[in-house]
Design a protein around this ligand. Structure first.
Ligand SMILES: O=c1ccn(-c2cccc(OC(F)(F)F)c2)nc1-c1nc(Cl)[nH]c1-c1ccccc1
Length: 315
């Protein structure tokens, strides 16, 4: 069944939808239409067969699992954050980059099981034998390709075979770069260039690095949302972490501290650590390259302050 009406009437578009602060609570049922609205606003109307775009979006939603955090809503929020950047960060994106970032953002965690790459390696599960690095990310990409190639889902059919090959490669790069392990070397590379004032968007390796950073920034955008929203989301991701920790304990494996439910009282402290060690440096580099993404950095720092207050209360 396709969406009855793929268009969202203007008055139904949620408040703050055009800002980085947007969150889907209360609007869950129109997320497919909101994605289609983003695609049309950025890429132009009638660039895609609407029926196929609806079918693709609904199949994407169906292929996300009903788990606590890495679910369809997470995929939507990453696509939304990428869309805000495309629309407002002042950087010129090619048509291919725009469609690749929107599709890649929406699809980047499709069929996520709520476990991270280490889990598949530690338990030596079949998935870990399919790929050596970025195990889950490669799986998300494979799932995306099979959905794009399913009957009636070929939204990129109007492209030549070279363009189609290029855009699949770009979508692969976009999805693989949501592997947080790849963020650390990338941020070192980019901040080194900034330090020496050598960053040049016209150089492909520099542009590729910035696009990877845009993916990390969008993937972690939950950490930048308004405090009340962030508190609810944190509860969800730690429930997912604890599911993995419980599984690892069943196999006699000691989980990471953040995945061990015995450390539940340390959530605030762990959030502060994650923001200080990963998010703050990451959004700081992003803002140096794209100053108009500043709301993401300030949103993340507001949450850090609130987590520090919570950590102080626990102590
Ligand atoms: O140590 C951590 C504490 C918290 N979070 C976290 C990640 C998303 C969101 C969130 O909070 C909220 F949902 F509220 F925004 C928190 N993530 C890690 C972490 N550490 C390593 Cl290494 N990898 C991750 C990780 C990154 C993305 C996804 C999963 C794990």
């Amino acid at each position: 069944k396709l969406v009855s009406n793929p268009y969202v009437p203007e008055e139904q578009v949620p408040a703050a939808f055009d800002t980085y602060a947007f969150f889907c609570y209360g609007h869950e049922e129109i997320l497919p239409q909101l994605f289609i609205r983003m695609v049309e606003q950025t890429l132009g109307k009638d660039r895609f067969e609407m029926e196929k775009l609806c079918r693709f979006t609904l199949t994407m939603r169906k292929n996300y699992r009903p788990i606590q955090y890495h679910n369809w809503q997470h995929g939507f929020h990453v696509a939304h954050c990428v869309w805000r950047m495309i629309e407002s960060c002042g950087m010129e994106f090619t048509w291919m980059e725009k469609i690749g970032l929107l599709i890649g953002g929406l699809a980047h965690d499709v069929d996520h099981r709520g476990y991270n790459n280490d889990f598949f390696k530690k338990l030596n599960l079949p998935m870990a034998n399919l790929y050596t690095t970025s195990v889950m990310e490669q799986h998300h990409y494979k799932q995306t390709v099979s959905i794009l190639q399913a009957e009636g889902h070929d939204i990129l059919s109007s492209m030549s075979s070279e363009e189609y090959r290029d855009i699949l490669n770009f979508i692969r790069t976009v999805i693989i770069n949501t592997d947080l392990a790849l963020y650390f070397p990338n941020n070192k590379f980019l901040s080194g260039l900034i330090e020496k004032d050598e960053f040049d968007i016209k150089l492909k390796p520099h542009r590729d690095g910035l696009i990877s950073l845009i993916m990390t920034a969008s993937d972690l955008c939950a950490i930048t949302k308004p405090w009340e929203t962030q508190k609810k989301t944190a509860k969800l991701i730690y429930e997912e972490f604890y599911m993995q920790g419980d599984e690892e304990k069943k196999h006699g494996i000691q989980p990471l501290p953040m995945m061990d439910r015995l450390n539940e009282k340390d959530i605030a402290k762990q959030q502060v650590g994650f923001i200080n060690f990963v998010c703050k440096p990451m959004y700081t580099t992003l803002v140096k390259l794209l100053p108009k993404t500043e709301p993401l950095l300030s949103g993340c720092l507001v949450c850090k302050d609130n987590w520090e207050k919570e950590a102080a209360e626990v102590a």
